[in-house]
Design a protein around this ligand. Sequence first.
Ligand code: FES
Length: 236
Amino acid sequence: MGKKVTFEILRYDPDKDKSAFYQKYEVEIRRPGMLILEALNQIKWELDHTLTFRRSCREGVCGSDGLNVNGVNMLACMTKIEDISTSKIVLQPLPGMPVMRDLVVDVEDFFEKFITVKPYLIRSTPTGDKEIYQSEEDRKKLDGLYECILCGCCSSSCPSYWTDKQYLGPNAFLRAWRYISDTRDEGTDERLKILNDKHGVWRCHTIYNCVKACPKELNPTKAIVEIRKMLLDKQF
Ligand code: FES
């Protein structure tokens, strides 16, 4: 028998619970480097099959298992239990997003905001049948911008995102900057108009929670600062 760690998980089933409550589980540590996701699977498969959470790839690729661990947003499949420096681990759904059940949040609004910034290449110049090439140098400018897996950890960690329901949030800004930075794209002004709004980049208070929360170590705050600089330079 491995050592046990106490997990306290915020539970809520809208079909039967009046309000959310914490439920305790004793999870056995079965290998060094055991992940939070393995603990969740152990609970669901062996202790309580009613526990509900999202997961798919278990490799930090699909972005489906973002949650709040002892107050910090992270991916369950990328977080080792031994790296959480306590014998008790508290799991909650991502803050600032409506809870559907237990650790599952409604991400519809998050994705709508992502779509708002037009997360695709915009071209007005006809390209015919030719590919649009980039130099190696131009391609490198996208490093640190394209790797986002849309887990929502960044936006959900942002107090502005919690309080302003129309705030686009760090995820949308990072994605907008990814396309603005792409030399093949011709949609910069279109995007800047959307971002230059009281619910856009000006609402950010540079708290850096998004940077701390990103499991891919991306920097949405830097993207926000770059967008603001561009807005000022272009005198939008
Ligand atoms: Fe896909 Fe964690 S399960 S990112």
